[in-house]
Design a protein around this ligand. Structure first.
Ligand SMILES: C[S@@+](CC[C@H](N)C(=O)[O-])C[C@H]1O[C@@H](n2cnc3c(N)ncnc32)[C@H](O)[C@@H]1O
Length: 223
Protein backbone atom coordinates (compact mmCIF):
# COMPACT_ATOMS: atom_id res chain seq x y z
CA UNK A 1 0.00 0.00 0.00
CA UNK A 2 1.41 3.44 -0.90
CA UNK A 3 2.75 5.34 2.13
CA UNK A 4 0.56 8.42 1.55
CA UNK A 5 -2.55 6.23 1.46
CA UNK A 6 -1.71 4.43 4.69
CA UNK A 7 -0.77 7.64 6.47
CA UNK A 8 -3.50 10.03 5.30
CA UNK A 9 -6.40 8.01 3.99
CA UNK A 10 -6.56 4.63 5.75
CA UNK A 11 -9.77 5.69 7.53
CA UNK A 12 -11.48 6.68 4.28
CA UNK A 13 -10.51 3.82 2.00
CA UNK A 14 -8.88 0.86 3.77
CA UNK A 15 -11.08 0.37 6.82
CA UNK A 16 -14.29 -1.54 5.96
CA UNK A 17 -16.28 0.78 8.25
CA UNK A 18 -14.84 3.74 6.36
CA UNK A 19 -16.02 2.23 3.07
CA UNK A 20 -19.52 1.71 4.48
CA UNK A 21 -19.62 5.18 5.96
CA UNK A 22 -18.37 7.10 2.93
CA UNK A 23 -19.92 5.14 0.08
CA UNK A 24 -23.32 6.83 0.14
CA UNK A 25 -24.61 9.23 -2.46
CA UNK A 26 -25.40 11.97 0.08
CA UNK A 27 -21.96 11.66 1.70
CA UNK A 28 -20.14 11.90 -1.63
CA UNK A 29 -22.27 14.94 -2.45
CA UNK A 30 -21.55 16.51 0.90
CA UNK A 31 -17.82 16.16 0.28
CA UNK A 32 -18.16 17.55 -3.25
CA UNK A 33 -20.66 20.29 -2.33
CA UNK A 34 -23.39 18.65 -4.40
CA UNK A 35 -21.26 18.36 -7.55
CA UNK A 36 -20.85 14.60 -7.89
CA UNK A 37 -23.35 14.10 -10.74
CA UNK A 38 -22.13 17.19 -12.57
CA UNK A 39 -18.48 16.11 -12.41
CA UNK A 40 -19.24 12.52 -13.32
CA UNK A 41 -21.33 13.66 -16.30
CA UNK A 42 -18.61 16.07 -17.43
CA UNK A 43 -16.20 13.14 -17.62
CA UNK A 44 -18.73 11.02 -19.54
CA UNK A 45 -19.58 13.88 -21.90
CA UNK A 46 -15.94 13.77 -23.11
CA UNK A 47 -16.89 10.51 -24.81
CA UNK A 48 -20.44 11.53 -25.76
CA UNK A 49 -21.53 9.01 -23.12
CA UNK A 50 -20.34 6.19 -25.40
CA UNK A 51 -17.20 4.30 -24.44
CA UNK A 52 -15.90 2.44 -27.49
CA UNK A 53 -13.18 -0.18 -27.13
CA UNK A 54 -11.24 -0.55 -23.89
CA UNK A 55 -11.60 1.93 -21.06
CA UNK A 56 -9.41 2.13 -17.98
CA UNK A 57 -10.64 3.64 -14.71
CA UNK A 58 -7.65 4.34 -12.48
CA UNK A 59 -8.81 4.02 -8.84
CA UNK A 60 -12.25 3.26 -7.47
CA UNK A 61 -14.68 6.04 -6.66
CA UNK A 62 -17.43 6.17 -4.07
CA UNK A 63 -20.98 6.68 -5.35
CA UNK A 64 -22.32 5.70 -8.76
CA UNK A 65 -19.33 6.66 -10.90
CA UNK A 66 -18.47 3.13 -12.10
CA UNK A 67 -22.11 2.01 -12.62
CA UNK A 68 -22.64 5.08 -14.81
CA UNK A 69 -19.44 4.34 -16.76
CA UNK A 70 -20.72 0.82 -17.34
CA UNK A 71 -24.02 2.20 -18.74
CA UNK A 72 -21.94 4.03 -21.36
CA UNK A 73 -19.89 1.05 -22.58
CA UNK A 74 -20.62 0.53 -26.28
CA UNK A 75 -21.36 -2.99 -27.58
CA UNK A 76 -18.11 -4.97 -27.65
CA UNK A 77 -16.42 -2.50 -25.30
CA UNK A 78 -15.03 -3.19 -21.85
CA UNK A 79 -13.92 -1.49 -18.67
CA UNK A 80 -10.89 -2.29 -16.53
CA UNK A 81 -10.84 -0.89 -12.99
CA UNK A 82 -7.61 -0.64 -11.03
CA UNK A 83 -7.26 0.01 -7.33
CA UNK A 84 -4.53 -0.78 -4.85
CA UNK A 85 -7.00 -1.83 -2.13
CA UNK A 86 -8.95 -5.13 -2.41
CA UNK A 87 -11.73 -3.74 -0.19
CA UNK A 88 -12.33 -0.96 -2.72
CA UNK A 89 -12.39 -3.31 -5.69
CA UNK A 90 -14.87 -5.61 -3.90
CA UNK A 91 -17.04 -2.63 -2.99
CA UNK A 92 -17.15 -1.36 -6.58
CA UNK A 93 -17.83 -4.85 -7.92
CA UNK A 94 -20.86 -5.09 -5.60
CA UNK A 95 -22.40 -2.07 -7.28
CA UNK A 96 -22.39 -3.61 -10.77
CA UNK A 97 -24.62 -6.14 -12.47
CA UNK A 98 -23.12 -9.62 -12.64
CA UNK A 99 -22.47 -9.77 -16.39
CA UNK A 100 -21.07 -6.24 -16.73
CA UNK A 101 -18.00 -6.26 -19.05
CA UNK A 102 -15.70 -5.12 -16.25
CA UNK A 103 -12.42 -6.57 -15.00
CA UNK A 104 -10.93 -5.60 -11.65
CA UNK A 105 -7.21 -5.45 -10.95
CA UNK A 106 -5.47 -4.96 -7.64
CA UNK A 107 -2.60 -2.75 -8.79
CA UNK A 108 -0.82 0.45 -7.99
CA UNK A 109 -1.52 3.34 -10.37
CA UNK A 110 2.25 3.89 -10.38
CA UNK A 111 2.82 0.51 -12.01
CA UNK A 112 -0.23 -0.44 -14.07
CA UNK A 113 1.29 -3.52 -15.66
CA UNK A 114 -0.86 -3.31 -18.81
CA UNK A 115 0.70 -3.34 -22.27
CA UNK A 116 1.68 -0.07 -23.91
CA UNK A 117 -1.24 1.39 -25.83
CA UNK A 118 -3.76 -1.08 -24.40
CA UNK A 119 -6.61 1.40 -23.83
CA UNK A 120 -8.75 3.69 -25.97
CA UNK A 121 -9.43 5.98 -23.02
CA UNK A 122 -8.19 6.41 -19.48
CA UNK A 123 -10.20 8.14 -16.75
CA UNK A 124 -8.72 9.33 -13.46
CA UNK A 125 -11.43 10.72 -11.17
CA UNK A 126 -10.24 12.49 -8.02
CA UNK A 127 -7.06 10.48 -7.55
CA UNK A 128 -4.52 13.15 -8.48
CA UNK A 129 -5.15 15.28 -5.39
CA UNK A 130 -4.51 12.37 -3.04
CA UNK A 131 -1.05 11.69 -4.35
CA UNK A 132 2.21 13.43 -3.53
CA UNK A 133 4.14 14.78 -6.53
CA UNK A 134 6.25 11.66 -7.15
CA UNK A 135 3.19 9.38 -7.19
CA UNK A 136 1.13 11.80 -9.28
CA UNK A 137 3.93 11.94 -11.87
CA UNK A 138 4.17 8.16 -12.05
CA UNK A 139 0.40 7.73 -12.31
CA UNK A 140 0.23 10.14 -15.22
CA UNK A 141 3.26 8.56 -16.94
CA UNK A 142 1.58 5.18 -16.65
CA UNK A 143 -1.80 6.49 -17.85
CA UNK A 144 -0.04 7.94 -20.87
CA UNK A 145 1.91 4.75 -21.55
CA UNK A 146 -1.16 2.50 -21.58
CA UNK A 147 -3.17 4.89 -23.78
CA UNK A 148 -3.45 4.09 -27.49
CA UNK A 149 -2.17 6.66 -29.99
CA UNK A 150 -5.11 9.03 -30.47
CA UNK A 151 -6.68 7.94 -27.17
CA UNK A 152 -8.01 10.39 -24.62
CA UNK A 153 -6.99 10.92 -21.01
CA UNK A 154 -9.64 12.56 -18.81
CA UNK A 155 -8.78 13.90 -15.37
CA UNK A 156 -11.31 15.29 -12.90
CA UNK A 157 -10.07 16.85 -9.69
CA UNK A 158 -9.65 19.94 -7.53
CA UNK A 159 -8.63 23.31 -8.96
CA UNK A 160 -7.98 26.77 -7.56
CA UNK A 161 -11.29 28.66 -7.20
CA UNK A 162 -11.76 31.98 -9.00
CA UNK A 163 -10.88 35.16 -7.11
CA UNK A 164 -14.59 35.95 -6.62
CA UNK A 165 -15.33 32.58 -5.02
CA UNK A 166 -15.35 32.52 -1.19
CA UNK A 167 -14.01 28.95 -1.52
CA UNK A 168 -10.66 30.38 -2.56
CA UNK A 169 -10.21 31.95 0.85
CA UNK A 170 -11.74 29.62 3.40
CA UNK A 171 -11.33 26.20 1.75
CA UNK A 172 -7.56 26.20 1.24
CA UNK A 173 -6.65 25.67 4.94
CA UNK A 174 -9.36 23.00 5.28
CA UNK A 175 -8.13 21.16 2.21
CA UNK A 176 -4.56 21.53 3.40
CA UNK A 177 -5.47 19.89 6.69
CA UNK A 178 -7.58 17.02 5.34
CA UNK A 179 -5.90 16.37 1.99
CA UNK A 180 -2.29 17.51 2.29
CA UNK A 181 -1.36 17.00 -1.38
CA UNK A 182 -4.49 18.55 -2.88
CA UNK A 183 -3.59 22.22 -2.74
CA UNK A 184 -0.72 21.62 -5.19
CA UNK A 185 -3.44 21.32 -7.85
CA UNK A 186 -4.44 24.93 -7.13
CA UNK A 187 -1.06 26.20 -8.26
CA UNK A 188 -0.05 23.97 -11.17
CA UNK A 189 -1.80 22.65 -14.25
CA UNK A 190 -2.45 18.93 -14.06
CA UNK A 191 -0.56 18.48 -17.32
CA UNK A 192 2.57 19.84 -15.65
CA UNK A 193 2.99 16.48 -13.87
CA UNK A 194 3.15 14.63 -17.20
CA UNK A 195 6.59 13.41 -18.29
CA UNK A 196 8.69 16.31 -19.57
CA UNK A 197 8.97 14.96 -23.11
CA UNK A 198 5.17 14.61 -23.53
CA UNK A 199 3.77 16.23 -26.63
CA UNK A 200 0.17 17.24 -26.12
CA UNK A 201 -1.94 17.21 -29.28
CA UNK A 202 -5.08 18.69 -27.75
CA UNK A 203 -6.04 19.94 -24.36
CA UNK A 204 -9.30 21.25 -22.98
CA UNK A 205 -10.14 22.35 -19.48
CA UNK A 206 -13.46 23.17 -17.88
CA UNK A 207 -13.92 24.35 -14.34
CA UNK A 208 -17.09 24.22 -12.28
CA UNK A 209 -18.41 25.44 -8.93
CA UNK A 210 -16.55 28.74 -9.02
CA UNK A 211 -13.41 26.97 -10.23
CA UNK A 212 -13.05 24.56 -7.28
CA UNK A 213 -13.17 21.58 -9.64
CA UNK A 214 -11.71 20.92 -13.06
CA UNK A 215 -12.06 18.47 -15.86
CA UNK A 216 -9.08 18.20 -18.18
CA UNK A 217 -9.15 16.18 -21.39
CA UNK A 218 -5.89 15.48 -23.22
CA UNK A 219 -4.78 13.74 -26.37
CA UNK A 220 -1.15 13.23 -27.32
CA UNK A 221 1.20 13.22 -30.27
CA UNK A 222 3.10 9.97 -30.75
CA UNK A 223 5.84 8.94 -33.20
C1 LIG B 1 -10.11 7.89 -6.63
S1 LIG B 1 -9.62 8.28 -5.06
C2 LIG B 1 -10.84 9.34 -4.40
C3 LIG B 1 -12.18 9.37 -4.99
C4 LIG B 1 -13.22 10.19 -4.32
N1 LIG B 1 -12.76 10.91 -3.16
C5 LIG B 1 -14.35 9.29 -3.96
O1 LIG B 1 -15.46 9.76 -3.95
O2 LIG B 1 -14.17 8.11 -3.76
C6 LIG B 1 -9.83 6.95 -3.97
C7 LIG B 1 -9.30 5.64 -4.40
O3 LIG B 1 -7.98 5.73 -4.86
C8 LIG B 1 -7.30 4.54 -4.50
N2 LIG B 1 -5.86 4.79 -4.62
C9 LIG B 1 -5.11 5.69 -3.98
N3 LIG B 1 -3.82 5.60 -4.38
C10 LIG B 1 -3.77 4.61 -5.31
C11 LIG B 1 -2.72 4.05 -6.07
N4 LIG B 1 -1.48 4.49 -5.98
N5 LIG B 1 -3.02 3.05 -6.92
C12 LIG B 1 -4.28 2.59 -7.05
N6 LIG B 1 -5.31 3.08 -6.32
C13 LIG B 1 -5.06 4.08 -5.47
C14 LIG B 1 -7.79 4.29 -3.09
O4 LIG B 1 -7.57 2.96 -2.68
C15 LIG B 1 -9.26 4.65 -3.23
O5 LIG B 1 -10.05 3.54 -3.56
Amino acid sequence: MPDYLEKNYWWAYRHPRGVKFFDREWMVNLILFGNMAKLRDLALAEFDRRLEGRTLQVACVYGDFTPKLVECIAPGGSLDVVDVLPVQLANTRRKLRRNAPVTFHQRNSNDLRFDDGAFDQVIVFFLMHEQPDYAREKTLAEALRVLKPGGKLVLVDYHRPHAWSPMRYFFEPILDLLEPFAVALWYRDLASWLPRETRIASSSKKTVFGGLYQKVALTFERE
